[in-house]
Write a protein that binds this ligand. Structure first.
Ligand code: GLV
Ligand code: MG
Length: 352
């Protein structure tokens, strides 16, 4: 799969702050599962070499979930793992190498970047930046990366991925997407976002049994409403608005939206449902916090054989793409053709 048709200088053009970015081509590399590991955890680190080729992205996490007194060990651990692992990161690699750096207002972030870029910058594909509040955060990371890349003599720009996990970041989502040509995509950070919004949840992603709608009460023949009658309830998706908003902002700027963490590792069924909702709404991938979530993500974020076959039939039936045809009793036209092309293109990218 091609990594990028752009040259490095495209990434270093002066930022047009406030100006709308043109829709641009971001490298289309499969990234259905972004598997998180703690590089300071030796047991976890030992498993990384065997995972290359089995997952689209391996991400060395330096931020939350890594203890304050392990930050240094996480950085050095990540450098060691990257240097010792064949096929991890870089344009030809089977598995991309990403990292999640510490928050920009933390005491650790500068050292994260100044340690990683000189040592393994040529392997690092994407830097994930947490708790992004606005375009200024992306500009800051962009400039530091540019300096470190120039000093290290890197000819391939490192891309940037922002986590949407503050109310302010949500309010500024469009400007974040367009803040730099380095922008690769966005992930939802449901745990931090819930806290920042003062939602009344205590989980890492997923649903909540209290967030539901109830069927209307039945009426009898005399028109009397029986509010005490038994009625069905339907649980709603807590994240629908946020994901839909994120997807629109990413589509507008030609970058990729991702779900994020699903913390209840044992509940693989609800995890799959949450991932599928995100896929159907336009996301291209998600995080994996445990090896068993990789298989779920790979399955959910790949179009099914039936969907691909149907999409190909519509493309064939539509001929030159104009007008309308009937297929299996359903009307297909330019708009359904375009939806089918999204599916076919994704299947081709994943097969490449
Ligand atoms: C992820 O970082 C989250 O806060 O959900
Ligand atoms: Mg977070």
């Amino acid at each position: 799969m091609p990594t990028s048709s752009r040259s490095a200088k495209d990434f270093f053009r002066p930022l047009a702050v406030g100006a709308p970015e043109p829709l641009r081509e971001v490298p289309a590399r499969p990234s259905r599962a972004i598997h998180f590991f703690d590089p300071s955890n030796e047991k976890m680190a030992a498993k990384i070499p065997q995972m290359v080729g089995t997952v689209d992205v391996l991400l060395g996490n330096l931020e939350d979930a890594v203890k304050a007194d392990s930050k240094e060990a996480a950085r050095t651990g990540l450098v060691r793992i990257a240097q010792d692992t064949e096929g991890l990161g870089g344009p030809e690699a089977k598995t991309q190498l990403w990292t999640r750096i510490n928050a920009l207002d933390s005491p650790w972030v500068l050292e994260d970047l100044t340690t990683l870029i000189p040592a393994i910058g040529h392997q690092l594909d994407v830097v994930m930046v947490p708790k992004v509040q606005g375009a200024e955060d992306i500009h800051y990371v962009d400039r530091i990366l540019a300096q470190l890349e120039a000093r290290a003599g890197l000819d391939r720009p490192i891309l940037v991925h922002a986590i949407l996990e503050t109310a302010r970041g949500m309010a500024n989502v469009e400007e974040i997407c367009g803040a730099s040509p380095r922008m690769q995509g966005l992930s939802l950070g449901p745990a931090d976002l819930a806290a920042d919004r003062r939602m009344k949840t205590t989980r890492v992603g997923g649903g909540h049994p209290g967030y539901l709608v109830r069927q209307d009460p039945p009426r009898d023949d005399l028109g009397v409403t029986h509010v005490d009658a038994e009625r069905r309830t339907f649980q709603q998706d807590l994240w629908h608005y946020t994901i839909a908003r994120m997807v629109d902002a990413c589509a507008m700027h030609g970058i990729y939206p991702y779900y994020g963490p699903f913390g209840d590792i044992a509940d693989t069924v609800a995890c799959e449902d949450q991932f599928r909702n995100a896929f159907l709404l336009g996301c291209v991938g998600t995080w994996s916090l445990h090896p068993k979530q990789i298989a779920i993500a790979n399955r959910v974020f790949s179009p099914s054989v039936e969907d691909i076959a149907h999409a190909r039939r519509v493309v064939a039936a539509m001929g030159d793409g104009t007008g309308a045809v009937m297929l299996d009793g359903k009307m297909e036209d330019d708009a359904s053709l375009k939806q089918c092309l999204v599916m076919v293109e994704l299947a081709e990218q994943l097969a490449a």
